[in-house]
Design a protein around this ligand. Structure first.
Ligand SMILES: [Zn+2]
Length: 286
């Protein structure tokens, strides 16, 4: 029977079975260019053709951020609850489960400790793929935990938001994360620990209106949308047409809302330079 089971059967199976083609082998940029996944990694998720900074998952972001892609992931408190038993077309609980399965993360942020050009830092990174990077109680918990760790370990804190704002499925509890996160960040700042925010596409709503705009240095990634209310809502409220580039990184820089706009390939170097400067300043007790 051996020749049958060892030789003929696998041969037959290989003829019948579908080949395992990895998913997400290609990505499509908004300009229409198809990008091979390995090239996408090499170019840090920036399209070679049009320069679009494609949104990164939190795991990809930290991999690009830290020296040799090495970091220690800090367990995010698991507090995925559904205080309102919320349901629209689907149950909030089901949406959460689906997002957890798809992104393999517990919620929309991760906390990671690693080195940027040999400087140890703590980073809190959002993932837009997880329910639009929205901020609920669990995300608030992570920001508080990350801030406390940064204080305890005396490590500079970097937050990289990518979020549509508060998580409406948690109602008022999600809005309460705004003052809560601001209070947590204030403790970091009061202790003269550098706090840097890298605003990526998109940073909007309650995230933009809380901890995200409080960095000692505000870096915006190229072509990111950053703002509180949406364009249409503002136009309807003030009854005026707003400029085409309104709420973009460059517009915010021109109007003094961010300190610099940085291309993703220069981000690490720029962060290292800022960290060195700020750490020197805090050591000298300025
Ligand atoms: Zn493109």
């Amino acid at each position: 029977m051996n020749w049958l089971t060892n030789y003929i059967k696998p041969k037959l199976q290989s003829l019948v079975k579908k080949r395992d083609i990895p998913k997400n082998l290609w990505l499509k940029c908004q300009c229409g260019t198809m990008i091979y996944y390995k090239d996408y990694e090499k170019s840090l998720g920036v399209c070679d053709q049009c320069g679009t900074h494609i949104r990164l998952s939190s795991s990809m972001r930290v991999k690009f951020l830290f020296d040799e892609g090495k970091y220690e992931k800090i367990k995010v408190p698991s507090n995925n609850n559904d205080p309102l038993s919320f349901k629209d077309k689907r149950k909030y609980k089901d949406r959460l489960k689906e997002a957890q399965k798809r992104t393999k993360e517990n919620d929309a942020v991760i906390i990671a400790e690693g080195k940027i050009e040999n400087i140890s830092v703590l980073a809190i990174v959002f993932d837009f793929n997880f329910m639009g990077g929205s901020m609920g109680v669990s995300v608030g918990d992570s920001i508080v935990k990350g801030s406390e760790l940064s204080l305890k370990k005396n490590l500079p804190l970097i937050i990289i938001p990518s979020s549509g704002g508060a998580r409406m499925q948690e109602g008022i509890l999600s809005l309460m994360q705004m003052p809560r996160t601001v209070a947590a960040i204030k403790k970091v700042k009061d202790n003269k620990i550098p706090y840097i925010v890298v605003l990526t596409d998109p940073t909007t709503g309650g995230v933009c209106a809380s901890f995200a705009m409080l960095g000692d240095i505000l870096i915006a990634e190229k072509d990111a949308t950053i703002g509180f209310a949406g364009r249409r809502v503002i136009e309807q409220t003030i009854k005026e047409t707003i400029p085409e580039n309104f709420q973009t990184s460059d517009y915010l820089l021109e109007h003094g809302m961010v300190d610099m706009v940085v291309h993703r390939k220069d981000l690490k170097k720029k962060l290292a330079k800022i960290l060195k400067f700020l750490l020197k300043k805090s050591q000298n007790n300025f």
